[in-house]
Design a protein. Sequence first.
Length: 375
Amino acid sequence: MSFSFCIPCLFGLEGLVADELRRMDIEDVRPENGRVFFSGVAADCANVNLNLRCGERVLLELGSFPAAGFDALFEGTQALPWADFLPRDAAFPVTGYCLESKLFSVPDCQRIIKKAVVEQMKTRYHLDHFPETGTEYRIRFSILKDRASLFLDTSGVALHKRGYRPAHTEASLRETLAAAMVKLSRYKGKGDFCDPFCGSGTIAIEAALAALNRAPGLSRGFAAEQWPFFGKSIWEEARNKAIASEYHGEYRIFASDIDPHAIQIAKENAGRAGVAGLITFEASDASSFSRRTERGVIVTNPPYGERLLDRQQAEEIYRAFGSAMNRLPGWQLYLLSSHPEFERCFGTPSDKKRKLYNGMIQCYLYMYFRQRSSF
């Protein structure tokens, strides 16, 4: 049986998510702003949950319909086949958002959707009350420009929560964005890889996972594993396939930060991710960053001057790091910043830049990849 799925993602990552899906041989991939749709069977759901690096969730779409008012929202929701998926003891909390729509009260929409699902299930189970004591089937909705879409969340905990980072430094980078930065750098395990502003180690850890071709969801569980209509065997098969697809080699991944406490946290996170032996950590100042090898790639997320430091301090860091990069003309650099004057402070314009979002903060990934005599 084929289903329609939706993957929400950070703005700017839609193309990367779509590319990941196509590489998994997924059919009918359709990127939109902030999300990507695809068609697939239950096994595809398990495979995508386990292996997707840049998406936030895998949502099973139940239906989509016009909803300019509460009556339309109720009727459209009630018409969907909820009882085909939800058992009589299912717990089904409702969460979602409204954007650019006449329906703008999220709590009211939650209440209407919940009531409509209950009314639909009454016709199947002949019950007046549902105890909700069983497995969770979280209902998610989006109401965008007066059109409602309703989903069941197959992932449970968001996919960016890989399970290796219970401790983190202030203003940590989301794992899915870190993975996207690594992917955009085209690092696949060959040559030197460095992050001189590593914080809690997320970028270096995601680089190690990518080098190993290790499924990012291998060490965690997913909500749909408990859903009988999918079955447990597809998850076991997907995990076995993922493990068999891993690479084994020697990698040169380095991560440093000026804060020794951050380095300790990064080491612990790398241990939980199973990649501690692949990353060399050290406490050092990025302003004195240097390497002996002539070529390599740097992927990093220095302070923006918005949450950790004031803007003037951030600019001083950019200038000092730019001077350090003058000594490494053969190295490629992929640096994320929200500072509007980054290139001026750094000392040279980027070869290319790409708009990305770190949470709600608009940033650019500044890319320096052309060979030059000096920065």
